[in-house]
Design a binder for this molecule. Structure first.
Ligand code: OOG
Ligand code: NI
Length: 461
């Protein structure tokens, strides 16, 4: 008997994220403009900077550039989250990191579903930021309305549920099953303009929190944004006007103008109003509007070690204490001048996670048997490059949520860097997912250690 041929999970993820991008382009025409702008900027950078192009090609990152993106959805119940985790696991996407958005006055917490290994990331790094409503953070008076609407909806089709089960039982999906998995699965992420709420219910939800209305008043876990990666976010920010994009005022994350890009810089265009139909008495929908879907762009740099991340968070905290945010470009950059800005310093001070590799063009001669890593690097036998940050920044995420939902309730404190270390809520999210949440630092550390081992193995005595 022939062994069935299952499609590689990275290939399913690749097809799925491309299909999702096509749908979103059709649903949100401005997202197409954003993609055009990003690809124009990336192409002009690569034309000018041949060594960057060569480096991306050599380190296997070139092909992933145009497929690089993340998306975000917001779920209503623990059982939706549990099924979503199973759905994403078929594409080798696993929960990494805990983001407690209650610290930014939002009634959700979140994790990022992504693949963990470098080869798979290079095939397609698509990641999904998935947040989950926390009923304990919404007013008592809304509990029965929210619970009532959410208990009636089914965000996964019956066929999708069957296919998840088949994938789990078989240990994979055949090409035909993958086509079905994608076309059925996409329904969960599509926008539906028919609301699950009446106008009055929608207003009640929205006046508590626009985020709550977006989660509860619609029948799917609609994608609320997709985010391509650019090589130059300043150029995208500067070019957006001529592409008809109403962009956010400033770029979130570390300051620009540095040699060594770290973590994640993001900006977005503002959510547009969609026409919706609320439930009416007579069966006909009542026309209305809802604002939630947008597009975003990101520039990714090096993942930081716990020590690097602490320094970063400390500098952010210091800036905020002085009332300085990323929008005050010069003052912000000045504070960050204390963050070392050469790869050599970042390596020596153990601030960034690095991947070590043996270059194709080796120097003449061979190192002493058993030479250590520093010697191998000094002699040119081993090189290193930053490991790309694959995760999110809670402070930026809070800023992205807030700039796209309109004003959230005032009077609550804003997000403080370092808050995410607080553990309350994490256990609740782990229970909902039904799987442990990976610690991002452990994931990066393992990648770095594996690369070192492989290099040293090559020069073993
Ligand atoms: C998710 C916001 C988080 C990011 O890039 O930080 C995010 C949301 O708005 O649902 O995607
Ligand atoms: Ni985003």
């Amino acid at each position: 008997t022939n062994k069935p041929q299952y499609v590689a999970p990275s290939m399913i993820r690749h097809q799925f994220s491309n299909a999702m991008s096509c749908i979103y382009k059709a649903e949100v025409p401005l997202y197409s403009n954003l993609l055009n702008l990003v690809s124009d900027v990336n192409n002009s950078i690569l034309e000018r900077d041949l060594s960057l192009k060569q480096h991306l090609e050599e380190s296997d990152q070139f092909s992933r550039l145009q497929y690089e993106r993340h998306g975000a959805i917001r779920l209503g119940t623990a059982s939706e989250m549990a099924t979503m985790a199973r759905f994403l696991s078929v594409m080798d996407m696993h929960p990494v990191g805990y983001y407690d958005l209650s610290l930014a006055s939002l009634p959700v917490h979140a994790t990022c579903f992504r693949t963990l290994d470098l080869d798979s990331l290079n095939k397609n790094p698509f990641r999904l930021f998935v947040s989950l409503l926390r009923p304990s953070l919404i007013p008592e008076a809304l509990h029965s309305l929210v619970g009532g609407i959410l208990s009636k909806r089914a965000i996964f089709s019956r066929r999708t549920l069957e296919l998840i089960q088949i994938a789990e039982d078989q240990g994979g999906l055949t090409p035909d099953q993958v086509s079905e998995y994608i076309s059925n699965g996409l329904e969960t992420f599509k926008w539906t303009r028919t609301s699950t709420a009446t106008t009055i219910e929608y207003q009640m939800l929205k006046s508590s929190s626009p985020l709550l209305a977006d989660i509860v008043a619609f029948p799917t876990a609609h994608i609320n944004h997709l985010t391509p990666r650019t090589l130059d976010i300043e150029a995208v920010q500067a070019g957006m006007k001529s592409y008809g994009l109403p962009m956010k005022e400033s770029i979130e994350g570390p300051p620009g103008g540095r040699n060594c890009l770290i973590l994640l810089r993001q900006t977005s265009f503002k959510a547009l109003e969609d026409e919706v139909l609320f439930l009416g008495d007579g069966g006909d929908g009542v026309q209305g509007r809802h604002c939630a879907r947008f597009g975003e762009v990101e520039q990714r740099g090096a993942a930081l070690t716990p020590k690097g991340r602490k320094l970063y968070d400390d500098l952010v905290g210091e800036a905020r204490a002085k009332g300085i945010g990323p929008e005050v470009t010069e003052a912000y950059a000045k504070i960050f001048a204390r963050f070392p800005d050469s790869w050599d310093a970042l390596r020596k001070e153990n601030l960034a996670w690095l991947r070590y590799y043996i270059p194709e063009s080796r120097p003449h001669g061979t190192p002493e048997p058993g030479a250590d890593l520093d010697t191998l690097i000094a002699g040119g036998w081993v090189r290193y490059e930053p490991i790309t940050y694959e995760d999110f920044l809670p402070l930026s995420a809070a800023g992205i949520f807030q700039s796209n939902l309109g004003r959230e309730k005032e009077g609550l404190r804003s997000y403080e860097p370092g808050d995410e270390s607080g553990d309350h809520g994490r256990g609740e999210l782990v229970n909902a997912i039904g799987l442990d949440i990976n610690d991002e630092m452990v994931v990066y550390r393992d990648l770095q250690e594996k690369s070192i081992k492989e290099c040293l193995y090559n020069f073993r005595p």
